[in-house]
Design a protein around this ligand. Sequence first.
Ligand SMILES: Nc1nc2c(c(=O)[nH]1)N[C@H]1C(S)=C(S)[C@@H](COP(=O)(O)OP(=O)(O)OC[C@H]3O[C@@H](n4cnc5c(=O)[nH]c(N)nc54)[C@H](O)[C@@H]3O)O[C@H]1N2
Ligand SMILES: Nc1nc2c(c(=O)[nH]1)N[C@H]1C(S)=C(S)[C@@H](COP(=O)(O)OP(=O)(O)OC[C@H]3O[C@@H](n4cnc5c(=O)[nH]c(N)nc54)[C@H](O)[C@@H]3O)O[C@H]1N2
Ligand SMILES: [Mo]
Length: 650
Amino acid sequence: MLVSLDERDRIVAIEGDPENPATGGRVCLKGLAYAQRQSDPARLLAPLRRRRDGRGFEPVGWDEALEEIARRLVRLRDESGPLAALYYEGSGSHGALGGLAEAFWRQFGGCTRTHGDLCWPAGLEATRLTYGANLHNHPRLTVESRLVVVWGHNPAETNVHQWRLILDAQSRGARLVVIDPRRTDSTDAADLHVQPKPGTDAALALGIARIVVDEGLEDAAMLRAHAHGFAQYRARLADYPVQRVAEITGVGASTVRELALEYGRVKPALLIAGFGLQRHHHAGQAMRAVALLPALTGNVGVPGGGWQYANLASHCLRPLPLPPEPPARRSVPVSRLAASLETLDAPPIRAAWIERANPGSQNPAAPRLRRALEALDLVVVVDQFMTPTAELAHFVLPAKTLFEEEDLVTAYWHPYLQWRARIVEPPGTVRPETEIWRALSQRLGLDTSWFPGDREAFLRGLLPEPSEARLDELKKRPMDLSGLGDVAFADRRFPTPSGKIEFASDQAAERWGVDRIPGYVALGEGSESPLRSRFPLQLLSCKTRERIHSQFGSLAWVRGVERPHALDIHPDDAGPRGVQDGARVAVWNERGRIELRARLTPGIRPGVVHVLEGRCHEGDPDVNALVAEGVTDMNHGATFYECLVEVAPV
Ligand SMILES: Nc1nc2c(c(=O)[nH]1)N[C@H]1C(S)=C(S)[C@@H](COP(=O)(O)OP(=O)(O)OC[C@H]3O[C@@H](n4cnc5c(=O)[nH]c(N)nc54)[C@H](O)[C@@H]3O)O[C@H]1N2
Ligand SMILES: Nc1nc2c(c(=O)[nH]1)N[C@H]1C(S)=C(S)[C@@H](COP(=O)(O)OP(=O)(O)OC[C@H]3O[C@@H](n4cnc5c(=O)[nH]c(N)nc54)[C@H](O)[C@@H]3O)O[C@H]1N2
Ligand SMILES: [Mo]
C-alpha cells in the first residue's frame, strides 16, 4: 500500500501500490479504512487495569502493569507450574516477529498453547495428502483458463485481487462456475451457480468424477504415470451414480451432468476451492474428493489449470531463533478452547495471555469461552481496541498497528514475501509486542537478547539463502523468493509418500483414521441428520466484504457502506414460520439463542440460513453462541458451518 502522511505524521490516505505485482495497484475497502482505523478515537493508547471493584478499567503505567503481571505469573508458576498459563494468539495482523512470544514462554518454563487453527487446516492437510505440498500456479496464470470453477469460496468479497483475475479470465471467454449454497457477490457474476446442500461436496465431487470416467474423459496417460491408488478410487465411484448424488446434494442430475461434462472437456480448467468448504467434521475428506478432480482431468501442472486452495510459496523464511524448548508442554485444540478451560486438570488453566485475537467473539461456543475466561485469576489481552475479549481482562495492553513496527509478511495466495515498513511511531505509550515481551522478560530476570534490538538486522537474518542481501530490494517491492516457478508441479514431481498424486492415501488413514479413499459421510448436524426434526435449518456464518472478522466494525466508513445486519432466509422457509421480511426473529439450538432481523431472499438455498460472522458491536448478536466446538476429521480445524438451528418470529 502507498500511505500518505500529513505534516504531523498522521496517516491521511491509503492507495494501492502499482509496484505490487499481487494487487496491480488496487486496494480493498479494509485497506482504505486502515487510514481511519489508525486514528480512531476508540484506539487504546495506554495500558488499562480492571478496577478493584470489578467495574470497568482504570489507566495504569506500563511499569506498574508489567510489575504486577510478572508478580502474578511467577506466583502462579510457583503454585501450579508453568502449564497453568495459556498463551493464545489469533489472526490479527502479524508477520515474522509475532512468533517471538515463544522466546518468553520457553524461558518461563513452558505454557499451555493451542494447536490447529480456526481457519484452514483441514484443507491444507487434504491438499498435502493429495499433492504433497500446498502450492498452486501463480495467480497471473488465472487469465489463461478456459473454465474457472470456484467452489465454497467467495473471492468477490474475501479476495478481491483474485477476483479481478477471475473476471479477466471470464472477459477473455472463460466460463465461470460458482458452487455455493448462498447467493454472493461471486455467484452474481457466475455463468452457472450450483447450490448444493452444505456439507455434501464430497458426493458432488465423486459424482462428477464418476461421469468423467464413464464418459472416458479422464486423462489416462497422466493417471498411469502420476496417480497412486487410482484403481481403488475408480472402483469406489460405483457408489456415486448421478441419481444418488442428486439426492444427497440437492443439485439436479442434469446440472451435475452438465458440470461434469464441461469440467471433463474444457481445458485448461482451473478449480479454486475456498475455506468455506472445510468448516465441518468431514471437511478433510471432502476437500480430498474435490482436490482430486484436477488430477483426474489432467489439469495439474499446466498454465491456466490446476488446484488453488492455499499457496505457501512465500513461507520461505528461516525459523526464528528461539531458546530451547522446555520439557513441560501442553496444547489443546483451538476449536475446543471453552471445553479445555472448563475441564483441564493437572494443572487447571489459571491465567491467559491473548494477543492479536478476539476469541470472545470469534471462537465456537463464544459465550461459554467468555465465562471460562472470566473465571481465571489473570487475563491479559494485547489489542488495539476494546473487544468482547478485552472486556474480560485484568490488564489490557495497547497494541501497535501494522504501520508501527517493521516486519516480514508472508501470504497465502500469491507467492510474494513483503517488507512491512514502519511508517509512523506508535502513538501514546503504545509499544510493539516484541517490546512488551522484552520488558516482561526483564522483570522475570530472563535473557532478553532473544528480542531484537535492531529489528531490521534481525529480519534480514530471517531471509532465506541466497537472498540475505536482498532486503533493500524487498523494501522497494514484494518479491517471490521461492524459486518455484509459475506453474506448480510442472515437473510432475509430487512430494507425497508414493511420489505421485494420491487418490488413495495411507497417511490419511494412519494419521487421521479416515478412509484411504475419500468419500461422502453425512454430517452429524447436516441435511440428513435426525436432529433436523427439531432444528431443521443449516446455519452458515460467513465473511463480509466490509470487515475482517470482528475488525473495522466500529468505523463510520464501514458502517456507512455495509448492509444492515440480518438473518438471510429463503421465503419457502420464512412463510411456514410466519417470518416477515424485516421482522425480528429468534435463531436457536441446544447451545444458544440470538435475535436479529430477518431478510427474506430467494438467493439462499431453502433449508439454509445465514448470519455474518464477526459482529460484536453495539448489541450485535453473537452467532458463535450457536456454534459447537467441533473438530475437523483432519488437522484440528473448526466446524463453524455444521450448525443446525430453528427460527421463529419474536
Ligand atoms: N461463526 C464464525 N466464526 C468464525 C469464522 C466463521 O466463518 N464463522 N471464521 C473463523 C476464521 S476463518 C478466522 S481466521 C477467525 C479469526 O479470529 P480472530 O483472529 O480472533 O479474529 P479478529 O476478529 O480478526 O481478531 C483479531 C484481533 O487482533 C487485533 N489486532 C490486529 N492487529 C493487531 C496487532 O498488530 N497486534 C495486536 N496485539 N492485536 C492486533 C484486532 O484489533 C482484533 O481484535 O475467526 C473464525 N471465526
Ligand atoms: N473481506 C474479508 N475478506 C476476508 C476475510 C474477512 O474477514 N473479510 N477473512 C479472510 C479469512 S481469515 C479467510 S479464512 C477467508 C475465507 O474466505 P472464503 O474462502 O471465501 O471462505 P468463507 O467465507 O468461509 O466461505 C466461502 C463460501 O463458502 C460457502 N459455503 C459454506 N459451506 C459450504 C459447503 O458446505 N459447500 C459449499 N460448496 N460452499 C459452502 C459459503 O456460503 C461462502 O459464501 O477470507 C479472507 N478474506
Ligand atoms: Mo480464516
